[in-house]
Design a protein around this ligand. Structure first.
Ligand code: IMP
Ligand code: MG
Length: 178
């Protein structure tokens, strides 16, 4: 499909799944190289990162643990600037090497909150792995260790990303038509 309609907006295809998968493979290769003997704990941020997490984890070639947490910060197309914890972490992560998996870092507020919440639990290291980043929009000081794709400041859906809860199911990425 070249064009989709999600709720009240039109979107046009911008990144095909084939290209997405090449970037997932690159990230997996780097993580396999960097963490093979380190027993990292992957922490995936729901809902947006479920597709990226599934694709990436299938390419991780060492035994590891993955957990899912959920924060909410978005309403419609604008960030509310506030984050709420919906599902938390299970178990002790002190002394662990943590790799956060996220779909997209936009302003970075959600990720900053996540990092601060995790730091309080005394992990040994925290690494950030995000599929997309919108560098023009970053408002906080964040070290993004693994970024699959930097994209311009346009609103996108697909590959786990939503517009008001819809559009996560598409394998390709679609950009809103202004
Ligand atoms: P931040 O706190 O502004 O960095 O927002 C991060 C969250 O906003 C991401 O985890 C996404 O859920 C959501 N988000 C940011 N940009 C987009 C977009 O273009 N499409 C869909 N969701 C987005
Ligand atoms: Mg998200």
């Amino acid at each position: 499909m070249e064009k989709i309609h999600v709720k009240d907006k039109d979107f046009t295809i911008s990144i095909r799944n084939e290209e997405i998968m090449k970037h997932v493979e690159e990230i997996a290769k780097r993580i396999n190289h960097d963490f093979a003997d380190k027993d990292p704990l992957f922490i995936s941020l729901l809902n947006g990162s479920f597709m990226f997490t599934a694709d990436l984890m299938k390419l991780i070639n060492f035994s590891c643990e993955v957990q899912f947490v959920k924060y909410a910060s978005y309403e419609g197309m604008n960030t509310t600037g506030e984050v709420k914890e919906m599902i938390g972490l299970k178990g002790d992560i002190s002394g662990r090497i943590v790799i956060i998996l996220e779909d997209i870092v936009d302003t970075g507020i959600t990720m900053k909150h996540m990092v601060e919440t995790l730091k309080a639990k005394n992990p040994k290291e925290i690494h950030i792995c995000t599929f997309f980043a919108k560098p023009e929009n970053l408002q906080v000081d964040l070290d993004l260790d693994y970024v699959a794709m930097n994209i311009p400041n346009d609103f996108i859906v697909g590959y786990g990303l939503d517009y008001d809860g819809y559009g996560r199911n598409y394998a390709d990425i679609y950009t809103v038509v202004k």
